[in-house]
Design a protein around this ligand. Structure first.
Ligand SMILES: *Cc1c(COP(=O)(O)O)cnc(C)c1O
Length: 373
């Protein structure tokens, strides 16, 4: 067997992530590697923190990218906040809410599940009812943008209800950061995590997180140590929080951080509100165009994400065949349905750099051609 360098095909990525990477981000990632305690690198880390604070719309001191994908951000928020035996309310309306529930259990927590049908937003009255009936619950977790179904939940209202019952609020913003209105401070979210490969248009492998002062207070006052060494925020902060006195915790993924820095500069240049608006307008455009070729969005308009649109697969159309033709004939990737929506929907991503008019036209005409055959 002779091995050659891997040359990836050129794809248009319109699935649930990764999205296409901006050329400036790719170029940034290929720059020379320097040491992770090099003073120049430490300056870069400070800028990443400030740019992340902007993207999250927060002044939280504890804001940094976890060196691992979005699921690790989820786990970082939950393992730090939950002590064994604690009840945690968790909203489950898709795959990622279900993943939160599993992690809560692995932390020794007791999940109090608030369930909603896949393809709908979290029902806020159920949140209120659950918290009223379970006064011991002091943590409320939910997914802002449920990528498995394309539903957007009302983070502001969910947080308001949680605060009324003295809860810390954990929010999954993996798909919403950069793509939907998100205001961490104004909405009083306490532990928020995201990912890089969705609306930030960065390669996967990093998970930006931010913790409020109330969340950090709870972590500092734990009776039991955080069971994960790697994710223990108290230890990570020796590296990410230390100003000039940073010390070794783990070797940061240096080149990935060059990429994240560039992606965040792109968001800053565009303006975060403009980025939200661009996603919204393109999502609307896509849905209108899809309807003209007989494809209907699965989620009702008020609860629909713009950056991830689930489309009902028409009767008699072969799900897997269409997706494989799109890939082979158009080099276009779209997403399959997950779990209970497998075979029922396609998931079309219009995330970050992939959210543009020419992608919409390309995807609609490719779908029309493939389905008419
Ligand atoms: C993609 C995603 C995750 C997981 O991110 P990974 O980088 O795949 O680990 C978590 N939550 C939501 C809502 C996501 O879309």
């Amino acid at each position: 067997m002779e091995y050659k360098s891997f040359l990836p095909p050129k794809r248009v990525l319109m699935g649930p992530g990764p999205s296409n990477i901006h050329p400036r981000v790719l170029e940034a990632q290929s720059r020379l590697t320097i040491g992770h305690l090099d003073p120049k690198f430490v300056e870069l880390m400070d800028e990443i923190k400030a740019l992340l604070q902007y993207a999250f719309q927060t002044d939280n001191e504890v804001t940094f990218p976890v060196s691992a994908p979005g699921s690790t951000g989820m786990e970082t928020c939950l393992v730090n906040l939950i002590e064994p035996g604690e009840q945690v309310a968790v909203c489950v309306n898709g795959v990622f809410g279900g993943r939160m529930k599993s992690i809560i259990e692995r932390c020794g927590g007791i999940p109090i599940v608030i369930e909603d049908e896949w393809g709908t937003a979290v029902t806020t009255s159920k949140v209120e009812q659950t918290l009223a009936q379970n006064p011991e619950v002091k943590i409320l977790a939910f997914v802002h943008a449920e990528t498995s179904t394309g539903a957007r939940s009302d983070a502001k209202i969910i947080s308001e209800i949680g605060k009324k019952y003295n809860c810390l609020i954990v929010a999954d913003t993996v798909t919403s950061l950069g793509g939907s209105e998100l205001k961490v401070d104004e909405w009083n979210l306490d532990a928020v995590y995201s990912g890089t490969q969705k609306c930030l248009s960065c390669p996967p492998g990093l998970s930006p997180v931010t913790f409020s002062k109330a969340a950090i207070d709870k972590i500092k006052n734990r009776k039991t140590p955080v069971q994960s060494w790697f994710m223990d925020v108290n230890l990570v902060l020796g590296y990410w929080g230390g100003g000039a006195k940073r010390s070794y915790h783990h070797t940061a993924p240096i080149n990935s951080l060059y990429g994240l820095h560039e992606a965040l500069i792109l968001i800053k240049e565009e303006g975060i509100e403009n980025s939200w608006n661009r996603h919204r307008l393109n999502g609307d455009l896509f849905c209108k165009a899809a309807e003209t070729i007989g494809l209907n969005p699965y989620v009702k308009e008020e609860e629909r994400l713009s950056q991830l649109i689930a489309i009902s697969i028409p009767e008699g159309v072969d799900d897997a065949e269409v997706r494989s033709k799109l890939l082979s004939d158009y080099s276009l990737e779209i997403g399959a349905g997950l779990g209970s929506l497998a075979g029922k929907v396609w998931r079309i991503g219009l995330m970050g750099y992939s959210s543009n008019k020419s992608n919409i036209e390309f995807c609609i005409s490719a779908l029309r051609n493939v389905m008419s055959r």
